[in-house]
Design a protein around this ligand. Structure first.
Ligand code: PLP
Length: 428
């Protein structure tokens, strides 16, 4: 603990700033604000302005995979800030080149062309545009309970009606067919000759932490190939070691090609592979916490987009690139995917051992874990924060979701599970 965690005064006549009040007064109002002010974080620990220490199982919504203020990422940002912060993508830059090479080294072989942007929803927007130009078609197939982002184009692919309906006809999703996640018959019927792409998450995140099945993903790959549509996997939340592999799609590969070099899937996009998609949307954890997004695709897809067909001012900015190089190297060096697999198995085993009639199901992959309750999860999420100093998040009204930094310790996991058991058994 350092004294810098306390509210500071600019001079002795001024009262300490009330950050919470200021944030609530000036924010747009779209967020349900917790009644705390966070000022510092390290690894899987967060401190608020009063010095209270929390175990973080929110992880910035699945961004902080390499740990908060990861020392490698901090050093890379510091160094880069002194060299070059802004340089648009028409002007090549050393860090951007380095990042692209690093990113492609962990992607499934064949996904070696990358459009760089600044967030997940922008990655989905890019995916739509590249899919349209690559196929000359404009229809999309998306999944019920799927989440693709909040900008109008990505929102059209997002299933939850409450996210779309307030915007009426401005969310044009006449061009989208939603199918039940996992239902092969519905999927087959939906992939008509005018479909540009099928998009899905390998594990549905916002939809309640629902892992897909190898059978469904492989069938989606087979059917899209047959019909001349693209398969796009949304790895925004699942990517970068979260689920125990570099990308969650790799869980659905055939046994013999899994993790051929220990880092990435052994499949190639242009071979017999049963799952490697034509494109992947990426964001969240890719740059150690700095805003970033990307659409990674095959050359076949990229080459159909004319120069000038898409673009963004901040995409591929040197600061995010430097952070991204450090984050991906850390993931490789620390075998972060394996850490997530081992710790996730440990975490889920302990959660399953909790004796509470309030739990319906514990599910997940790696350190992407959801506990579905038989009642609303919000009171338990609030109790975890207030009584136990543990941060968790919701995914659908019944699910408590855990997305901790993958560097979380087993001792911290033990404390989270013990606390969860206490709040479940306490009188509500
Ligand atoms: C978070 C998320 C998005 C949107 O990303 P933003 O950076 O919030 O725009 C899209 N798809 C999935 C699967 C996500 O988890």
């Amino acid at each position: 603990m350092t004294t810098t965690d306390q509210p500071t005064t600019t001079d002795q006549h001024e009262a300490p700033k009330n950050w919470l009040e200021l944030e609530q007064r000036y924010d747009s109002g779209v967020y349900h604000k917790h009644q705390v002010v966070m000022t510092r974080a390290e690894g899987a620990t967060v401190w608020d302005s009063t010095g209270r220490e929390y175990i973080d199982c929110v992880g910035g919504y699945g961004v902080a995979n390499v740990g908060h203020s990861n020392p490698d990422v901090v050093a890379a940002i510091r160094e880069q800030a002194g060299n070059l912060i802004v340089m648009p993508q028409t002007l090549p830059n050393d860090k951007r080149a380095e990042f692209l090479e690093e990113l492609v080294s962990v992607l499934p072989q064949g996904l070696d062309r990358v459009f760089l942007c600044n967030s997940g929803t922008e990655a989905v927007e890019a995916a739509k545009k590249f899919a349209i130009t690559a196929t000359g078609r404009t229809r999309f197939v998306s999944m019920k309970r799927g989440f693709s982002g909040r900008t109008l184009g990505a929102l059209a692919l997002t299933w939850e009606p409450k996210y779309r309906e307030p915007f009426g006809a401005a969310v044009d999703n006449e061009h989208v067919t939603f199918v039940q996640y996992g239902n092969i018959e519905e999927l087959r019927a939906a992939i008509t000759d005018d479909v540009a792409a099928v998009i899905m998450e390998p594990v549905q995140g916002e939809g309640g932490v629902r892992p897909g099945t190898a059978e469904f993903v492989r069938e989606a790959r087979r059917l899209t190939r047959e019909k001349g549509a693209l398969l796009i996997m949304d790895e925004i939340q699942t990517g970068f070691c979260r689920t125990g592999k570099m990308f969650a799609t790799e869980h659905f590969c055939a046994e013999q090609c899994q993790n051929a070099d220990g880092i990435r899937c052994g499949c190639k996009v242009d071979e017999q592979c049963q799952v490697v998609p034509d494109g992947m949307t990426l964001a969240k954890a890719m740059a150690g916490g700095v805003p970033i997004g990307a659409f990674a695709m095959s050359a076949e897809v990229a080459d159909k987009m004319p120069a000038g067909g898409h673009g963004t001012t901040f995409g591929g900015n040197p600061l995010a690139m430097a952070a991204g190089v450090a984050a991906i190297r850390f993931m490789k060096r620390e075998e972060l995917a394996k850490q997530a697999a081992d710790k996730g198995a440990y975490f889920m085993e302990k959660l399953r051992a909790i004796k509470s009639s309030k739990i319906r199901e514990v599910r997940g992959l790696g350190l992407m874990i959801g506990v579905e309750l038989k009642e609303k999860s919000a009171p338990y999420i609030a109790a975890l924060e207030h009584d136990e100093a543990i941060l968790t998040l919701q995914a659908t009204p019944l699910v408590v979701r855990f997305l901790p930094p993958l560097t979380i310790s087993r001792e911290q996991i033990d404390r989270v599970v013990e606390a969860f058991e206490r709040v479940l058994t306490a009188e509500q």
